[in-house]
Design a protein. Structure first.
Length: 322
């Protein structure tokens, strides 16, 4: 009975995070738009950060409560799931030609962050030097996002007027969404971490495995929803761009924040260093390097990514956890 309750609360945490994140992103976008900030800038900054808030809070709370393996597993596992599962589905359904300039810098930053994570695994911890390097990559990512948005506005023109507020009901509704969304994410993250740890203890599964599988996929559901929407609307660039941005933030902001909250260098278990971190880099290379070389995302990449992700899950659940 106790195990059933833990599972129910764990699933409730995922639901609160997903719905809370949805409300929070909508409200944050609305607040930015009525303040007169151009949509391109909103998408490059506020929405990018808001969509990764679930992963951020789960990892930071886990680190604060001493569940370091879960914190690292969630951040890195979310990136692996985003590429190996979600982006793979997008590439299988919507292969196509791309503009290299639109993806090159994000691809370089994402792979650079993944390499830094692998280096941290080799060192056995996310020390000060690697943490600073991660933060520099994150700040450069934000700067590049805003700069490209400003260049686009200058080239295409931005005559869009400030969004007008239709009345007090609209203001009240969005403020409620903002507050409820924030509370939902925080509460959901708390439920997820506490019951994830309890579940791992009860079933005898390492926290790392829970982090890189169920929690990582659960906190990546917003990206999955975005990808499905993009597939329906045949907007492949929307899906890939959103996933790349989320991955860079997952690695370069969440891990340094987790280290800061834990109050010391973030220790990385040998199993994570051997399995999770190289898997993150491998799926990134499969998804991005051929695309940058040939200027297109191809269906075989999606199929290979799914196969690699399936092997990774098997190794995680049945080999490394043994």
């Amino acid at each position: 009975m106790e195990l059933a309750m833990v599972i129910v609360l764990f699933l409730a945490g995922i639901i609160f995070i997903v719905k809370g994140g949805d409300y929070f992103v909508d409200a944050a976008s609305w607040i930015a738009e009525v303040s007169g900030i151009p949509k391109l800038i909103v998408g490059a900054t506020i929405v990018s950060l808001a969509t990764t808030l679930p992963e951020m809070l789960v990892s930071v709370m886990a680190a604060a409560k001493g569940s370091v393996d879960m914190a690292i597993g969630n951040a890195v596992g979310s990136v692996t799931a985003n590429i190996g599962l979600i982006m793979a589905i997008s590439l299988i359904c919507m292969p196509g030609v791309i503009k290299r300039a639109d993806y090159l810098m994000k691809s370089i930053l994402m792979l650079a962050a993944a390499i830094l994570v692998v280096m941290a695994g080799m060192a056995g911890e996310m020390g000060t030097a690697l943490t600073v390097a991660m933060v520099i990559v994150f700040l450069f990512f934000l700067w590049e996002n805003v700069s490209s948005a400003l260049r686009s506005m200058k080239t295409n023109g931005d005559t869009e007027p400030r969004r007008k507020v239709s009345g007090k009901k609209e203001v009240a509704a969005n403020l409620v969404k903002f507050v409820v969304g924030a509370i939902g994410i925080v509460w959901g993250a708390d439920l997820l971490v506490d019951n994830g740890s309890a579940l791992a203890s009860m079933v005898g599964i390492p926290e790392r495995v829970i982090g890189v599988t169920i929690i990582a996929v659960g906190t990546s559901l917003p990206e999955l929803v975005t990808t499905i929407t993009a597939i329906i609307k045949k907007q492949s660039s929307l899906s890939a761009g959103n996933i790349l941005g989320a991955n860079i933030i997952d690695l370069t902001l969440i891990l340094p924040l987790s280290s800061l909250v834990s109050g010391k260098a973030l220790p990385i278990a040998e199993t994570s260093a051997r399995f999770d971190l190289p898997a993150c880099l491998l799926v990134g290379c499969i998804a991005l390097i051929p695309a940058m070389l040939f200027k297109k995302f191809q269906r075989w990449q999606g199929l290979l990514l799914l196969a690699v992700y399936a092997v990774y899950l098997y190794l995680t659940c049945f080999v490394s956890a043994a």
